[in-house]
Ligand binder design. Structure first.
Ligand SMILES: *Cc1c(COP(=O)(O)O)cnc(C)c1O
Length: 463
């Protein structure tokens, strides 16, 4: 299996190379050159299997000969052994026809653990074999960084540097990043918002001298292996609701478009997914783009669902690549326009291609709080604010006869202040994290300046 760049001007790579590289050298994102298909019988055969076995069967066609079947099974087993529940991604009924897919039972209480724990084990297996070392740099609006630090802490062949926007992540998120004491993990608080952190990471990847000197690797949601890990739970959820004999829709609280794009891949592999609904908070650039065809940045306003406070949604590029009939030159042109003039306009054809798969909705801050309160009252469920954005949009997009699954992307205890304010109940941390507020923190402040950040990384990483 070969991987190609969404901008059409970078060499194609193997699974392992694409995983270790992250961003392509032409600025694009890697995608498999073709999407493997699963037959109806193969999908039906997932019923009743352990999560890990479904994960193996869904992901195996993508990895080529990177790992033997036994190695890959071992990697998957180690990735998910730290989850608090054996079903890994339990499905819960919220209302008739509306289900919650609980993706927050991993070590940092958000869905990003599904991908990050797998990537940690994949990197370790791959680097151990080649005897080499990498320096992982990532930007986070909170959840990616804590998941990455948790997945890589203490590994021998990896240094991890995570840039997070100073003062704009929740206290639980910050503490999950700043309290691990292993010498190979570094949380850097940047002066700016998430898009600044993400832009500086992109700049580092485009600084080829720096990139080669420190052997830079990326684990942001642009990394194909992360998207791939997230494809699995669309299968387990849909099959437990009757797929492949019955179609299912999903609503996904969306920021960087990685999680929902994994749903697109599941659908492209043959899973009967009727609609994929993009749920945004007040930072609604994706909703505006999908409804008007105009992608135009207008500034980010901080919300109570901070992991979705984004306006350069990096994986949307993958969706555009598919909607443009895999035309890398056309994608590169749109991305140049975005960089040059802060936006682009989609053609009618691309809009139609997107609307075959995606719907979208936007939820205000007041509506999000009201939704948290309503679900506490009516379903006895405490939802994190991101998930509440999802369930609110899902209710508007339900269709008779098609089960709707909303992805519950984080545990409510990850955002205790917002949840308490809306629901009147403070969600407690699960037992394994109960002492989080007592652990000592290590905080490093950095300016929003490429030179300063690169110097710090060069000084701290092991070469
Ligand atoms: C990252 C995150 C999202 C957004 O996911 P994307 O893959 O970036 O679209 C939503 N909710 C939570 C809690 C997250 O951590």
């Amino acid at each position: 299996m070969k991987y190609i760049s969404t901008r059409g001007a970078a060499p194609s790579l193997t699974f392992e190379e694409a995983m270790l590289t992250g961003l392509a050298r032409d600025g694009g994102l890697y995608l498999p050159e073709r999407i493997p298909q699963l037959s109806k019988e193969e999908i039906a055969g997932f019923e009743g299997l352990p999560y890990e076995e479904v994960a193996f069967r869904v992901m195996r066609p993508y990895i080529g000969d990177a790992f033997t079947d036994d190695e890959f099974r071992g990697i998957i087993a180690r990735a998910y052994e730290g989850f608090a529940v054996t079903s890994r991604a339990p499905l819960k009924q919220l209302a008739p026809g509306h289900f919650l897919l609980e993706l927050f039972h991993g070590p940092t209480l958000a869905f990003k653990d599904f991908a990050m724990q797998l990537i940690g084990q994949l990197f370790e297996a791959s680097l151990k074999r080649s005897g080499s070392r990498v320096c992982i740099v990532g930007a986070t609006s909170g959840d990616t960084g804590s998941a990455a630090i948790e997945a890589f802490r203490g590994l021998e062949a990896v240094d991890v540097f995570i840039l997070y926007p100073h003062g704009r992540v929740s206290e639980v998120q910050r503490r999950q990043m700043t309290t691990p004491s292993e010498a190979n993990v570094h949380a850097l608080a940047i002066d700016g918002h998430f898009d600044d952190a993400q832009a500086r990471v992109k700049d580092m990847f485009n600084d080829f001298d720096f990139r080669d000197e420190v052997r830079l690797a990326g684990v942001n949601s642009i990394n194909w292996a992360r998207v791939l890990a997230q494809v699995v739970y669309y299968f387990t959820a849909a099959v437990s609701l009757g797929a492949p004999h019955r179609a299912v829709s999903f609503t996904v609280p969306t920021g960087n478009f990685g999680d929902i794009f994994a749903g697109y891949i599941a659908r492209a592999m043959g899973l009967p997914v009727e609609r994929l609904v993009v749920a945004t908070n007040q930072n609604d650039i994706l909703h505006r783009c999908l409804t008007t065809g105009e992608y135009r940045v207008s500034g980010v306003s901080p919300s109570i669902s901070p992991s979705m406070d984004i306006e350069v949604s990096s994986n949307f590029e993958r969706a555009l690549f598919m909607a443009l009939g895999r035309d890398g030159r056309a994608v590169a042109q749109l991305m140049d326009e975005l960089k040059g003039s802060g936006g682009f306009t989609l053609s009618q054809g691309v809009r139609e291609a997107l609307s075959e798969v995606y719907d979208s909705g936007r939820v205000s801050e007041d509506e999000t709080r009201a939704e948290i309160a309503r679900q506490t009252r009516e379903a006895a469920e405490l939802l994190c604010p991101h998930t509440a954005v999802g369930t609110h949009v899902a209710e508007r997009h339900r269709r008779a006869g098609v089960p709707m699954v909303t992805l519950a992307t984080a545990h409510p205890a990850k955002f205790p202040d917002a949840v308490e304010e809306a629901a009147g109940v403070r969600p407690p941390l699960p037992p394994h994290m109960a002492d989080l507020y007592e652990r000592p923190e290590r905080i490093t402040r950095v300016g929003n300046d490429l030179g300063e950040i690169e110097a710090l990384i060069k000084e701290r990483c092991v070469k």
